[in-house]
Design a protein around this ligand. Structure first.
Ligand code: BGC
Length: 602
């Protein structure tokens, strides 16, 4: 069969399936409730097409066997023929955005900002392929990745989900990551999801879910551009974004969702809404749902209120607010994705190939994550060539983030907002753990109080941010969200991380540790663990060497690889580094940067 015949055959089978489905069966396909709110019996009786795990939502003891058992039960319910029901296999989705990091014992890769620093698109494809395998090892089909945001303002809490402020780098990565995840749609592939459509990284003041105020040319060249290679690569799903464009929310934006994405750009997969993202379109839930579906949202991600959502959806179809043709188009797209992914031909999750392979957190996966860590490190200062360090030197290791896997993994790791401490990332190596392995004589003193010039030649001080996700990572002043971001409905407000881009304001204890050690006459090598460049002028001034390590993930040994010179520093800045706390926004930051985009000492 030629590919054309294949495509025709699958289109025909989707059409015949669609023709057999009742209205309730069709509407069920358009629903994606969160697992906590839904049982296998609900899937059977309401014909649900998809389920997700929100950040940190995990079955049982959060082991692969728990995930497989859960997915197996949902899948079996979706395939029931009881009462003449049309069986359609369920698609299960998670945020495997830096490895399958929701699951205990998974390989946790650096967050996207660190991958941006590697500049290595071939590495990106290998990471995506490994992520797909670990996802498949839990019986899951779909990951809400890659994020193709081009972050503009470092105060945005999701800056670390952005590869770079340089749209051309994000575009270069997009196709490789999608290719790594989806593969040839065979045994080793998962469904990818390019997100968040569109302009998520361009909001005013860097407010999460805020308003991106740009003319269409700028929106296209910066924020739409990275989607083109992802679409050309055949990405099967796209997630609508919480943000607005010039005051109009993307979830209800017919021009962006239907005219541009599905029309001009020819996207033939389906659009999923973000977490309760339709709710913010209008005070009246039923109206909000109709606005979103009529604008082009095909599947609705709903945290808890899926029963109400389904009832409103049906009511709006029956009263003619949503045309039946729109429902058929949405369901056709969903079934087509399931068909292209080969879901109809797949065995139950427990019997699939990767469910039998114990590959979660496998040693060869961790080797690639460690490679990514060492390639992501950006050396910003190295006075008197203090680096690389000799393993035999008398080394003190200090700082809040030196021995904290939760902190070095960041948000979207086991819990939505991430974790603290080493327990929740089993099998991982903290930065301290990696140093100790490379230099067995090194000692740890988190607060640095054990530092003594008589005992130590050099100190490695690991400082920076604690984990956060989404709006909880925003850096904001006291001002409230402007009218534009809430236009036409409600706006979601989340407590911000802080109100300054300066590390010395956010975490004065870090500067105190660096200073106290330096004041004892010990040269300090500072390693910054953070989801974004921060203003660190004082910390830099008191350090002999300074390394931006981003959010490296579970394989902290990659930091030691570069500190001790086993591998050279090779990372380059994916964002221009701010010279002042006011310099958060591109392009002003670029013009007055302390270190320019692409900077990195060798
Ligand atoms: C985020 C998405 C994510 C979704 C599901 C939302 O809050 O914006 O990026 O995929 O939750 O967890």
């Amino acid at each position: 069969m030629t590919p054309t015949n294949d495509t025709q055959a699958s289109a025909a089978s989707v059409e015949s399936l669609l023709a057999r489905m009742t209205l309730d069966e069709k509407l069920g396909q358009m629903m994606q409730p969160e697992r906590m709110a839904v049982t296998p019996d609900d899937v059977r009786t309401h014909f649900l097409g998809s389920i997700l795990s929100g950040g940190g939502s995990c079955p049982g003891d959060n082991r692969p066997s728990d995930w497989i058992a859960m997915n197996d039960a949902y899948w079996a319910a979706s395939m029931s023929t009881e009462g003449g029901r049309t069986p359609v296999p369920l698609l299960y989705g998670v945020d495997a955005i830096h490895g399958h990091a929701n699951v205990l014992g998974a390989t946790v890769f650096p967050h996207n900002i660190g991958l941006g620093a590697t500049g290595d698109s071939e590495l990106l494809e290998r990471i995506a392929r490994i992520t797909a395998r670990e996802v498949l090892a839990t019986g899951v089909d779909w990951t809400f990745a890659p994020t193709l945001a081009v972050a503009n303002d470092l105060r945005w809490g999701r800056t670390y989900e952005s590869y770079s402020e340089d749209a051309s780098l994000v575009a270069r990565y997009a196709s490789r990551f999608v290719r790594g995840l989806q593969g040839d749609m065979g045994r080793d592939g998962v469904v990818a999801c390019a997100k968040h459509w569109v302009g998520d990284g361009g909001t005013d003041l860097g407010y999460d879910q805020g308003d991106t105020i740009l003319d269409e040319e700028a929106l296209t060249s910066t924020h739409i551009a990275p989607y083109l290679p992802a679409l050309a690569e055949g990405v099967l799903t796209v997630m609508a974004s919480f943000n607005s464009w010039n005051g109009n929310k993307c979830h209800g934006h017919r021009y962006l969702l239907t005219d541009v994405l599905k029309g001009r750009l020819g996207f033939s997969g389906f659009v999923i809404s973000d977490w309760d993202g339709v709710d913010y379109l209008h005070e009246d839930y039923a109206t909000a749902i109709a606005m979103a579906v009529n604008a082009g949202v095909d599947m609705l991600m709903v945290s808890v209120e899926w029963r109400a959502c389904l009832a409103h959806l049906k009511q709006r179809v029956v009263d003619g607010t949503i045309p039946m043709a729109r429902i058929d188009d949405a369901v056709r797209r969903i079934l087509t994705v399931k068909e292209r992914f080969g879901l109809f031909g797949k065995a139950r999750p427990a019997d699939r190939y990767w469910s039998q392979v114990d590959c979660l957190g496998a040693a060869d996966h961790r080797v690639v994550a460690r490679e990514a860590v060492r390639k992501s490190l950006v050396l910003l200062k190295n006075d008197n060539a203090i680096l690389p360090l000799a393993p035999g030197a008398r080394i003190l290791v200090a700082g809040r983030n030196a021995d904290n896997l939760g902190h070095q993994c960041g948000g979207f790791t086991v819990a939505w907002q991430g974790t603290s401490g080493n327990e929740s990332v089993p099998g991982g190596t903290s930065i301290w753990g990696g140093i100790r392995a490379a230099a067995p004589g090194a000692t740890l003193s988190v607060d640095g109080s054990a530092a003594s010039a008589a005992a130590h030649d050099v100190a490695i001080v690991v400082v920076g941010e604690r984990p956060y996700a989404e709006g909880m990572g925003d850096l904001r002043g006291q001002e409230t969200i402007g009218a534009g971001s809430g236009a036409g409905g409600k706006a979601k407000r989340l407590a911000p991380y802080g109100d300054s881009l300066s590390l010395s304001v956010l975490h004065p204890e870090d500067l105190a540790t660096i200073r106290a050690i330096r004041d004892k006459g010990i040269p300090v090598v500072t390693v910054l663990v953070s989801g974004r460049p921060l203003e660190v002028n004082e910390e830099l001034a008191h350090s002999a060497a300074f390394v931006a390590a981003w959010l490296p993930g579970s394989e902290g040994a990659g930091v030691a690889d570069a500190l001790f010179g086993t591998h050279p520093f090779q990372g380059t800045l994916p964002f221009a580094w701010p010279a002042t706390a006011e310099g958060a926004t591109y392009p002003a930051r670029r013009a007055s940067s302390l270190f320019p985009l692409g900077f990195g000492l060798r």
